[in-house]
Design a binder for this molecule. Structure first.
Ligand SMILES: [Zn+2]
Length: 234
């Protein structure tokens, strides 16, 4: 309750302050969302959706039935563009997450990336974590993608079973162990024969998305594509 009040107050007060670019802090013009034109043009886009067998696809080879995979931009630890993710995760900017979902989808839709996708499935947060933050930023990104593509978002059909520690300080091996078996299908039948687009905000090892796909292993005819807003390159 307090969390939703806080989020409401934050968005109310934002009505009275100038909208600023998430990256450089410049005031945004009408029609600009999250990024100013200069930062939009300079964004380190991967354009992996235009490359078959791209490095993001390679991360998932042999893990689950994969159609295609991409990440929108490169995440650098000290780069200015990580502020986009910081704002949507820690400053209550659900509007940023949804706008980035729309921006990313509008760029990708022209290449046919979404063709044949039946449903969007985001990585669920543990209910305790969602309560703490008040929202799931990946759900907001998914709403933005859905608004552009018309593809429905699957809600509540996969859930997170245990509260995992943060992945940030773990080694690659520990990350895989940490999320193994962490998701469970609530309604596996909903995914029979479906092409599922797995969505996340940041892709690191791919362990979390793989664990999410594992929850649907054995569902007849299910296949996956992967879309993350940002990718940490190794
Ligand atoms: Zn800017």
């Amino acid at each position: 309750m307090w969390q939703s009040c806080k989020l409401w107050l934050l968005s109310f007060f934002r009505l009275f302050v100038p909208r600023r670019c998430a990256v450089c802090g410049a005031c945004l013009d009408d029609g600009e969302e999250v990024l100013c034109l200069k930062c939009d043009i300079g964004m380190p886009r991967t354009n992996y959706h235009l490359r078959v067998d791209n490095p993001v696809e390679q991360r998932f080879w042999g893990r689950f039935p994969l159609e295609r995979a991409t990440s929108y931009f490169r995440y650098c630890k000290d780069g200015d563009y990580r502020r986009i993710l910081f704002r949507m995760k820690y400053e209550g900017r659900q509007d940023d997450a949804e706008a980035m979902g729309r921006l990313m989808a509008a760029d990708l839709v022209r290449s046919g990336f979404f063709e044949g996708v039946d449903v969007l499935l985001l990585v669920p947060l543990h209910p305790d974590k969602q309560r703490l933050r008040g929202y799931n930023q990946s759900a907001c990104i998914a709403q933005g993608v859905s608004a552009v593509t018309g593809i429905p978002v699957s809600v509540g059909n996969v859930r997170r079973l245990k509260f995992t520690e943060t992945q940030t300080r773990k080694s690659a091996h520990q990350r895989w162990d940490n999320v193994d078996g962490v998701f469970e299908a609530v309604d596996a039948a909903a995914f029979v024969g479906q092409h599922v687009l797995l969505l996340d905000d940041v892709l690191t090892t791919g362990a979390t998305l793989t664990a999410c796909a594992d929850a649907l292993a054995g569902v007849e005819g299910v296949r996956f594509s992967v879309l993350a807003l940002a990718v940490v390159e190794r």
